[in-house]
Design a protein around this ligand. Structure first.
Ligand code: GLY
Length: 399
């Protein structure tokens, strides 16, 4: 595709220099490396993946989860990014150990859409950095497995089949699912079926038509009818209300539609990403880190969600790189840098615990992971820093 033009990079570089000062990305990446090394001192069992550290229990080390949890790919992914940054062979060895520990995930029939998060954040990075055939084989299997959840009539992947029984939702798709499409796009370009591309493309189109409200805020879940394929309802699961803007959901939308533009060249996806970003930025608190839901009732006395800020920062760095209008380009780039600056100056865990960041919110309505360190916040923070480093080095945001 034609979007990465040198002129575009030049504008970004101008944007960098128009910042009052550059973010010290290397210092932040070195901090991440040091935190990972601390974590590795207590994480050895590869059947257990770090997921959260809870502030309300005054914890300092990771609580782990099984390889079947939706978050299991983030830790191996973090190890690969740290290896990419540091070149440290011991980190690479750990990245390999924790990545291959995920293979048994594919021995189970998928019962949700999360295979993309689990396998692409881990093995996608593993393959990108090593080109090892073994990783490619597993990724292709994972994509085929994820594709079994695709419903032809609706045109989307069924996110949570279990909710058919639990909630009476015939078919549901959550906005988070956008991120899982990257695995399908990747597979279709790397020896997998071309149908995987078509499914991902259609999923993005149907989501663009059904998951947004008029103002381009997203709802968390869309329920579809499996007979007509039509939308039945827009509801929430992790947000404050069916009509509210759940911060991480909006973050997944910004990141997901930007990635879909990269993979398809469909300018409508780029527009959707911009629209989703614009309402997010308009409503954002001045420090650049959102409350867990933009419509939560007790703002400013609501928990923040640093994970949403990290996802958005990473997404906006990519979004900015595709725009030729200088003003737009600089707007998203500067917003991303501001978010990272706040995360780095005021949200880092440092000596509090082994994570990179504090103050994320996982599932507020469920009362879980509130004001916590959560592994995916760290993953996207690190990814965003790596992307910003590439911009500062005059490289494409993503190869
Ligand atoms: N994908 C689940 C979440 O964002 O919490």
């Amino acid at each position: 595709m034609k979007k990465y033009v040198w002129g575009s990079l030049l504008i970004l570089l101008c944007a960098c220099s128009s910042q009052s000062s550059k973010l010290d990305v290397d210092a932040d990446l070195e901090y991440c490396e040091a935190q990972v090394k601390k974590s590795l001192e207590v994480l050895d069992d590869t059947t257990k993946m770090p997921r959260n550290i809870l502030s309300d229990r005054n914890e300092h080390v990771w609580n782990c989860t099984s390889i079947y949890d939706w978050t299991s790919g983030f830790w191996p992914g973090i190890l690969w990014y740290v290896y990419e940054f540091s070149g440290d062979s011991e980190i690479k060895r750990q990245a390999e150990r924790f990545s291959s520990a995920l293979y048994p995930v594919l021995n189970r029939k998928p019962d949700n859409h999360d295979l993309g998060f689990m396998m692409y954040c881990s093995l996608g990075n593993a393959y990108r950095l090593t080109q090892k055939e073994e990783y490619k084989k597993i990724l292709l299997q994972a994509a085929d497995s994820l594709a079994t959840l695709y419903d032809e009539r609706v045109g989307t992947i069924h996110s949570w089949p279990g909710m058919r029984q639990q909630q009476g939702w015939p078919h549901n798709t959550i906005i988070d699912n956008m991120l899982n499409l990257e695995l399908l796009f990747w597979a279709s370009k790397n020896g997998g079926s071309k149908h995987l591309y078509d499914m991902a493309y259609r999923h993005a189109q149907v989501t663009a038509e059904n998951q947004f409200r008029k103002d381009y805020s997203t709802c968390h879940v869309v329920v579809y009818d499996t007979i007509s394929g039509k939308r039945l309802a827009q509801v929430t699961h992790q947000g404050y209300a069916n009509t509210s803007m759940w911060a991480r959901g909006q973050a997944w939308a910004i990141y997901g539609f930007t990635m879909c533009y990269r993979e398809t060249g469909n300018r409508n996806f780029l527009k959707v990403a911009q629209n989703a970003a614009d309402i997010y930025l308009r409503r954002l608190p001045s420090d650049g880190v959102p409350y867990w839901d933009f419509d939560a009732p007790n703002i400013p006395n609501e928990p923040k969600d640093a994970s949403a800020a990290a996802v958005v920062a990473s997404g906006l760095l990519e979004l900015s790189s595709y725009l030729s209008d200088k003003e737009e380009k600089v707007k998203y780039f500067n917003a991303a840098v501001k978010m990272l600056r706040t995360l780095s100056s005021s949200y880092q865990s440092r000596t509090v615990n082994d994570a990179f960041l504090l103050h994320s919110t996982g599932h507020k309505p469920n009362g879980s992971e509130i004001d916590a360190s959560i592994i995916y916040a760290d993953y996207y923070y690190l990814e965003a820093l790596m992307r910003l480093k590439r911009v500062y080095n005059n490289q494409k945001v993503i190869e």
